[in-house]
Ligand binder design. Structure first.
Ligand code: G
Ligand code: G
Ligand code: NA
Ligand code: MN
Length: 255
């Protein structure tokens, strides 16, 4: 498709870059980490969000190219922040299912971290349940194990929107679940979504997992999440995804 040709050109011209959205601790308001989200710096159209080029992630080569570009830029940015004495916490990148099928992913990724001089504890990956639903689920499980053993943080993205979530939680080695924003938006109405969110917070706690609520926009949503013991929150209430240059400002903000 046409967009893949344009994305291939954008990759050659180094126009795919990460924006960063903070994840905030609800206990003390401190920034605990960031999610890196791909953006296309278009010469005429400006900054284009990943939502507008999802087809690109379906193409194996384009997805791999975007993955490489984002990981490279995140490692470079992380190294810069660490050198400046900042504490960015865990910066996580989204990995598409295709990339995840590469059996050499752990070696490759850990090699890049070592070359960039970035400690594994600063780096995370976000995967969706779809990664765990492929025929090679055993392979995916081994990959996650290897990355976690090396100290990388693994998050299960869009939790609750896929299939057989609970089975996967039991079987797959993750550190944190990310509560999909579709559940978070209605929590103040004290209906089904509120019940689901409360249950998921309790489930994460019982399983010893971290939890991040996505798409938090209002003080009421934040209050609900804090009251029910949710650890971290991410959303427009705190910040939109921002360019790397603005990350130091978010880290220095007094709370
Ligand atoms: O921030 P935005 O609205 O553009 O994100 C839309 C979707 O694209 C989200 O589901 C997000 O997880 C996904 N996405 C954003 N960046 C990346 C990336 O670097 N790799 C992959 N595989 N998905 C991404
Ligand atoms: O699939 P994933 O959860 O990674 O997608 C994250 C998407 O949500 C990105 O498109 C990001 O820009 C968007 N996003 C982040 N915070 C908010 C928010 O508070 N409200 C809404 N509506 N979208 C958000
Ligand atoms: Na994500
Ligand atoms: Mn998500």
């Amino acid at each position: 498709v046409a967009i893949c040709r344009d994305l291939a050109e954008a990759l050659r011209e180094d126009r795919i870059l990460p924006f960063y959205q903070p994840q905030v601790s609800l206990a003390d308001g401190k920034v605990a980490g960031f999610e890196a989200l791909a953006r296309w710096r278009h010469p005429e159209r400006g900054i284009i969000p990943a939502a507008a080029f999802q087809e690109g992630f379906q193409d194996v080569e384009i997805a791999a190219g975007i993955g490489d570009a984002i990981v490279r830029a995140v490692l470079r940015d992380l190294r810069q922040w660490l050198d400046a004495g900042l504490e960015p916490g865990v910066v996580s990148v989204n990995l598409s299912a295709g990339i995840f099928r590469d059996p050499e992913l752990p070696e490759r990724l850990l090699g890049k971290l070592a070359a960039a001089g970035v400690p594994a504890r600063c780096f995370g990956i976000e995967v969706t349940e779809s990664v765990l639903l492929t025929r090679s689920a055993g392979e995916a499980e081994r990959t996650l194990q290897a990355l976690r053993a090396a100290g990388l943080h693994v998050s299960l993205d869009d939790f609750g929107t896929g299939y057989a979530s609970l089975t996967h939680l039991k079987r797959f080695p993750v550190d944190t679940i990310k509560l999909d924003r579709g559940f978070v938006s209605q929590v103040e109405e004290e209906g089904e979504d509120a019940a689901i969110v409360r249950a998921m917070i309790g489930l994460a706690a019982d399983l010893g997992l971290g939890i991040v609520a996505e798409g938090v926009e209002t003080p009421g949503q934040e209050a609900f999440l804090r009251q029910h013991g949710c650890g971290l929150a991410q959303g427009y209430r705190y910040a939109r995804p921002v360019a790397a240059a603005r990350v130091p400002l978010l880290l220095q903000q007094p709370n």
